[in-house]
Design a protein around this ligand. Structure first.
Ligand code: SF4
Length: 474
C-alpha cells in the first residue's frame, strides 16, 4: 500500500526557493519514492527539473542552482493513475495565452475519463496519462475567461475526487484542498515567506512555523508576499482519509489538529483494550507498527521488546523477480532478533494487512526463530474494499479480508490469534466524528459516488453544500 504523492509550494522574499523546496521534498519522501520534481518562476518563465528517482538522486547542486526564482512548487510521486513513466513526473507544466502554469497534485480524480474525453472533443491533446494534466487543461481553459481564483473555482466545480494541489500561475503561488479535505494540506510561514505542503514535517524541515491546516474547499494564494484565502466550496462534512493517521503520514506530523504520533499510540491502547491476550512481549512490525506497539505495551503492561529489525538501506527498487528471491527479500528487509523471541509468546503489532503475503512470511520467520506463540494485533479494521482517492491498494480480489472471515485470516497467516481494531476504536483514537472521516476501504461506503463501484452508498448528503465567495486576509 503506497501513498500517491506529496506536494509543496514556497514563496520567499529576496531568496532562492530551490534549496528550501528540495528540503521539503526530502521531508515528504515517504509519500512518494518513484519520482520528484521542482518548478520555479524565474521572473520571465517557469523552469522545471524533474526525474525518476528519490529526491537526493534526482537533484544535485547544479540543478538546484539553475532553478532560479523566489517562488516555486515541488512534488514527490508514487503512481496510481497513469503509469510510472517520465512523462507522468510532476509538476506538470503548460503554456497558455496568459503565461505559464505548473501544477502538483496529491490525490485522485474519479471523473478523469469523462473530463478527458470532453477536453479531447474540444481540441485538447495530452502528453501524459495523469489526472493532473486533465486539471491543468481545465484550468488553462478557465484562465482564458476568468481571473485565477474564479478559474480555479470553476475547475473545482467540475472535478470530483481527492485533490490537494500546489499551483504556480506565473508569479502566483496557490494551494487548493478538495471540499472534503480527503488528502492533507497545511500552511506555514518562515521569516521571509510562506509554505504550503502536504505535512507539517516539511515545514519543520525549513525551520518554519505551522500556521494551520488549509480548510477543505479553501484556496490559499500568495502574491508579492501577501497571503489571501478564498472559500471555493464548503461542505457540511469532511472526509479525512483515516489511513493518513494509521500509516501514511509521518508520526511527527500534525494533521487536522491531531498529532499523528498520539493517534497511533491511542490505536495501540485501544487494541490492548479490545484484544487482550496473555503474552511475554509486545513487538512491532517496523517502522509503521512501532508507535501502536508502544501504546499496546503501556496499556497491557506487557514489556515492549523488538523482535524484528528493519534494514534501512534497501532501496525502493529492490525488485524480486523470482519466488526464491522474493522470500529472501523479506529476510533482508526484516531480520528476526532470535534471542528476543525464542520460547516467547509474542504479540506482533502491525498497522494494517493488505494482501497478507508479507505478514505470512514475517510470522513464519518468527516461528522458525523459536517464537512459542504469535498473536497479531492490527491497528486498523479489515481492509475490505479498494481506495479510489489516491492510495495504491490491491483489487478487491487480492485483499485478504475482502472474502475471508477473521478465523480464516488467522489460519491463512498461521497465527495463534488475530485482533483487528474496531471501526469505533479507530474513530475514538483519531478523535473526530465518524461523518467527518473517509472509511471507504474499511466499510465499502465512500464519501463520493464512485462510477462502477458496486457499493455506491453515499456517506454524506452532498447536495447540501453551500458555496461562499468570501475573501479574507489572514
Ligand atoms: S478509501 Fe481508505 S485509503 Fe482511500 S481515502 Fe478513504 S480511508 Fe483513505
Amino acid at each position: 500500500m503506497e501513498e500517491k504523492c506529496g506536494v509543496a509550494g514556497i514563496a520567499l522574499d529576496g531568496r532562492s526557493v530551490s534549496y528550501p523546496l528540495f528540503f521539503t521534498l526530502y521531508a515528504l519522501q515517504h509519500r512518494g519514492q518513484e519520482s520528484a520534481g521542482i518548478s520555479t518562476w524565474d521572473g520571465v518563465s517557469i523552469r522545471s527539473f524533474k526525474a525518476m528517482g528519490l529526491v537526493p538522486e534526482v537533484f544535485h547542486d547544479r540543478h538546484l542552482k539553475r532553478l532560479k526564482g523566489e517562488i516555486g512548487i515541488g512534488h514527490v510521486r508514487y503512481s496510481t493513475t497513469g503509469e510510472s513513466s517520465p512523462e507522468n513526473v510532476q509538476p506538470f507544466t503548460i503554456n497558455f495565452r496568459g503565461g505559464m502554469l505548473a501544477i502538483a497534485h496529491n490525490g485522485n480524480l474519479i471523473n478523469t475519463e469523462f473530463l478527458r474525453r470532453s477536453l479531447e472533443k474540444s481540441g485538447a491533446t495530452f502528453v501524459s496519462t495523469t489526472d493532473t494534466e486533465v486539471i491543468a487543461n481545465l484550468l488553462v481553459k478557465e484562465l482564458l475567461r476568468h481571473d485565477p481564483v474564479d478559474a480555479i473555482r470553476s475547475v473545482s466545480m467540475q472535478i470530483e475526487g481527492s485533490y490537494s494541489l500546489t499551483i504556480l500561475i506565473n508569479d502566483l503561488l496557490i494551494g487548493v484542498r478538495d471540499p472534503l479535505g480527503i488528502k492533507p494540506l497545511v500552511l506555514g510561514s518562515v521569516d521571509d515567506g510562506y509554505i504550503i505542503t502536504s505535512e507539517s514535517v516539511a515545514i519543520d524541515a525549513i525551520d518554519g512555523k505551522l500556521i494551520r491546516d488549509i480548510r477543505p474547499g479553501e484556496l490559499v494564494m500568495i502574491k508579492e508576499g501577501k497571503l489571501k484565502s478564498h472559500m471555493l466550496q464548503q461542505m457540511r462534512n469532511t472526509a479525512y482519509c483515516v489511513f493518513e493517521y494509521i500509516y501514511f503520514a509521518r508520526p511527527d506530523s500534525l494533521m487536522n489538529n491531531r498529532l499523528v504520533y498520539d493517534v497511533r499510540r491511542r490505536i495501540g491502547e485501544k487494541l490492548a483494550e479490545e484484544h487482550p491476550v496473555d503474552a511475554d512481549i509486545v513487538s512491532p512490525v517496523p517502522d509503521s507498527g512501532v508507535t501502536s506497539a508502544i501504546g499496546y505495551s503501556a496499556a497491557s503492561k506487557i514489556p515492549y521488546l523488538e523482535g524484528l529489525i528493519k534494514n534501512r538501506y534497501l532501496g525502493r527498487t529492490f525488485i524480486m523477480p523470482y519466488q526464491q528471491a522474493r522470500e529472501a527479500s523479506v529476510r533482508l528487509k526484516l531480520n528476526v532478533v532470535k534471542p528476543n523471541v525464542k520460547d516467547k509468546r509474542v504479540i506482533l503489532v502491525d498497522d494494517s494487512i493488505v494482501r497478507g503475503t508479507t505478514s505470512r512470511r514475517i510470522i513464519d520467520n518468527l516461528r522458525e526463530s523459536g517464537a512459542r506463540e504469535v498473536h497479531l494485533r492490527i491497528g486498523s479494521p479489515p481492509i475490505i474494499a479498494p481506495c479510489y482517492f489516491g492510495i495504491n491498494m490491491s483489487t478487491r480480489e487480492e485483499l485478504i479480508a475482502s472474502n475471508r472471515s477473521i478465523d480464516e485470516i488467522r489460519d491463512t497467516l498461521n497465527l495463534d490469534s488475530i485482533g483487528y481494531l474496531s471501526i469505533e476504536g479507530l474513530i475514538d483514537a483519531i478523535g473526530k466524528k465518524r461523518e467527518d472521516l473517509c472509511l471507504g476501504c474499511l466499510t465499502g461506503i465512500y464519501p463520493l459516488e464512485i462510477p462502477g463501484e458496486k457499493s455506491t452508498v453515499r456517506q454524506m448528503r452532498l447536495s447540501q453544500f453551500k458555496t461562499r465567495r468570501e475573501h479574507q486576509w489572514i
